[in-house]
Design a protein around this ligand. Structure first.
Ligand code: AMP
Length: 302
């Protein structure tokens, strides 16, 4: 079953303490689509400018991603640049150039409107609302967001939450949105805002999944070498909704598996800049790392 993904498509410049790379393929929808494509067919909605390199279009096509919803507008592609500190956790945005994003309206091609699984990747909440106004009864809607929208469009974001099935945030965003310091309390507070599931990502420390009175704590895959954490959250969410789509339904057991697959794919993303590691990934690499996850968290009680 297919997944509709709407979000940003960007040209990123990423600086780490050891390297700087300009004009990389980035954006929330780019990362999420490629990650989801390992689990289910993907339909992408986004906008790029006329300067967007053809090689990135070919990259999406090689992953079988449906680009009927990709708009190519007159002007420059959205650009973002950021710098990481030595811990690879602290990131500062250096610049954001909206360019063609400024006038972007996500209009869904007719055959996208019946997509059973929908991911609202990180974009302005009003655009996320606009997507939901066009889809017909999806089985499951996952929404991502970022600090910027909690600061500048909180009312629109809060109005969106009762319309979605799951909300995915990182730990600092969850604390910021709920005003809770404990992540357990924050998870419960997120559920009270509307979604059936809340997922809090904790970077290199794994993720928490909340549903009803229950929660599941997933570890992160311990990596020795991190090159670029950009897009890890989007890859996590893309693999998560791809797994739900592949299962055909969202149950707590499927969501647990989806959170692990999210962590698995995110762990590959951070091993290289942009989508360079992801595009080389084979299903057997994912299966191997899933098995490692099981091995790493198995123990004998007593
Ligand atoms: P993440 O590392 O998961 O937070 O995602 C990083 C990606 O988000 C980068 O590739 C950026 O191009 C994209 N991004 C940064 N700022 C924004 C924004 N304001 N709206 C949409 N996407 C953004």
């Amino acid at each position: 079953m297919s997944v509709l993904i709407v979000g940003s498509i960007a040209l990123d410049t990423v600086q780490t303490p050891v390297e700087t790379h300009p004009d990389l393929l980035g954006g929330s929808a780019s990362y999420a689509s490629v990650a989801a494509s390992f689990f289910a067919p993907v339909k992408l909605v986004g906008v790029v400018g006329t300067d967007f390199p053809k090689k990135f279009i070919r990259l999406f096509k090689r992953r079988g991603i449906d680009l009927a919803g990709l708009q190519i507008a007159e002007g420059r592609t959205f650009r973002w640049s950021g710098v990481y500190e030595w811990d690879f956790n602290t990131r500062r945005t250096l610049s954001t150039e909206l360019n063609v994003f400024e006038k972007f309206t996500p209009t869904l091609p007719r055959d996208y409107r019946d997509a059973p699984f929908v991911m609202l990747a990180n974009i302005h909440p009003n655009l996320q609302h606009h997507v939901l106004d066009q889809v017909r009864r999806p089985k499951f809607i996952l929404c991502d967001t970022m600090d910027l929208w909690i600061n500048t469009a909180k009312a629109e974001l809060l109005a969106l939450l009762p319309r979605v099935d799951a909300l995915c945030l990182n730990d600092s965003e969850a604390r910021h949105l709920t005003g809770e310091t404990s992540l357990i309390k924050a998870g419960r507070a997120l559920l009270a805002l509307g979604p059936r599931y809340a997922i809090i990502k904790k970077g290199e420390h794994g993720a928490l999944l909340f549903c009803d009175d229950d929660f599941f704590s997933a570890p992160a895959y311990p990596l020795e070498d991190i090159h670029d954490p950009t897009g890890a959250g989007d890859c996590f969410a893309g693999a998560l909704i791809g797994t739900v789509a592949r299962a055909g339904r969202a149950t707590p057991a499927v969501l647990r598996r989806a959170v692990i697959n999210g962590s698995v794919v995110a762990s590959f993303d951070v091993e290289s800049f942009s989508l360079n590691r992801l595009i080389q990934l084979k299903p057997r690499d994912i299966a191997r790392r899933q098995a490692e996850f099981v091995r790493l968290s198995r123990f004998q009680p007593g």
